[in-house]
Design a protein around this ligand. Structure first.
Ligand SMILES: CC(=O)CC(=O)SCCNC(=O)CCNC(=O)[C@H](O)C(C)(C)COP(=O)(O)OP(=O)(O)OC[C@H]1O[C@@H](n2cnc3c(N)ncnc32)[C@H](O)[C@@H]1OP(=O)(O)O
Ligand SMILES: NC(=O)C1=CN([C@@H]2O[C@H](COP(=O)(O)OP(=O)(O)OC[C@H]3O[C@@H](n4cnc5c(N)ncnc54)[C@H](OP(=O)(O)O)[C@@H]3O)[C@@H](O)[C@H]2O)C=CC1
Length: 283
């Protein structure tokens, strides 16, 4: 099956990045969000990234124009009716995702593949909200999408071989490296990364060291490009908490309990870089 037109749902940091790489790789893209403001912010960010690439002579002005001409925006889910593929990147919440997939199932053409960029939620359960579980799959990009090479591809219980192959080919078309992962909470990336971030938050909570010093230890001591607390702010503390909750509920093991300080920050609206404050202050 050939993919020509893609809808990306959710114009946050992940959705905007996914829309950008899809448009840059030649796909027609509709970026969808419930909020006009999010769409405006998302497209401004894409324009800025492309302008940077022109300035660095990685792409030409003409390639930038062509990429932008392939990108449109929409607040109507009904526009998925013209798409071969939908990639969902809304908030990490099962109720919201199953509602989106249930609606999409009635709107998207029968041949369309419905993919989720979920960080941790079971693909099998998301697929069960549709009448086409064989065409539902996890396509987990990493943040920042234009830079990070990995896409974890997650097969739900009923994902067909054909769906897997189409999505694997698309990941390669986007110049990413696909890795196949089974449908377990947090997949591979977040099963390993998020407990490390949670442990760094426990270290702050227990007063072991300051956030700056914890990040310095991990950057200079273990060569991580960002310290775990800077990375948590970058990912979004709400997303980190949702992922820890999915790991905790999914495995029923106390080693995945979210740190109380993480809960407190999210309750306070300190969501990290995107809200202006997390473990660090921004602007
Ligand atoms: C939560 C999940 O479900 C899964 C996840 O995604 S977990 C998060 C995974 N991501 C990571 O672990 C990222 C860790 N951090 C890094 O790799 C690096 O710090 C980084 C790539 C983000 C920035 O790299 P850096 O060397 O510190 O900074 P910088 O020199 O400014 O950036 C390097 C390149 O990345 C680009 N870049 C940085 N941030 C970017 C962004 N938000 N969007 C697009 N491009 C970006 C820069 O433009 C630059 O590109 P050029 O070489 O073309 O100029
Ligand atoms: N942050 C990260 O590093 C990574 C995140 N992910 C996953 O990607 C997904 C999105 O995360 P991220 O981009 O960080 O989140 P953001 O909060 O940045 O963006 C989510 C966007 O989705 C919008 N939205 C919410 N509900 C709907 C809906 N029903 N229809 C359309 N749009 C909707 C939100 O609008 P509003 O704000 O108005 O509610 C917001 O604009 C999550 O599943 C997350 O786990 C995957 C890899 C990495």
């Amino acid at each position: 099956m050939a993919i020509n037109k893609v809808m990306v749902i959710g114009a946050g940091q992940m959705g905007a990045g996914i829309a950008q790489v899809c448009a840059q790789s030649g796909y027609e893209v509709i970026l969808n969000d419930v909020s006009e403001e999010a769409l405006e912010k998302g497209t401004k960010g894409i324009e800025k990234q492309l302008a940077r690439s022109v300035a660095k002579e990685r792409i030409t002005e003409n390639e930038k124009k062509e990429t932008l001409s392939r990108l449109s925006t929409s607040t109507q889910l009904e526009d998925a009716g013209s798409c071969d593929m939908v990639i969902e990147a809304v908030v990490e919440n099962m109720d919201v995702k199953t509602k989106v997939f249930g609606d999409l199932d009635t709107i998207a053409p029968a041949h369309a593949i419905l993919a989720s960029n979920t960080s941790s939620l079971p693909i099998t359960e998301i697929a069960a909200a549709t009448n086409r579980p064989d065409q539902v799959i996890g396509m987990h990009f990493m943040n920042p999408v234009p830079v990070m090479k990995l896409v974890e591809i997650i097969r739900g219980l009923q994902t067909s071989e054909e769906t897997y192959k189409v999505v694997e080919d698309m990941a390669v078309q986007l110049s990413k490296t696909p890795v196949e992962v089974k449908d377990f909470p947090g997949f591979v990336s977040n099963r390993i990364l998020m407990p490390m971030i949670n442990e760094a938050i426990f270290a702050v909570y227990e007063g072991v060291a300051s956030p700056e010093d914890i990040d310095t230890v991990m950057k200079l001591g273990t060569n991580h490009p960002m310290g775990p607390l800077t990375l948590a702010d970058f990912i979004g503390l709400d997303t980190c908490l949702y992922i820890m909750e999915v790991l905790h509920d999914g495995f029923g093991d106390s080693k995945y309990r979210p740190c109380p300080l993480l809960r407190k920050y999210v309750k306070a609206g300190w969501l990290g870089k995107k809200s202006g404050r997390g473990f660090y202050q921004y602007q």
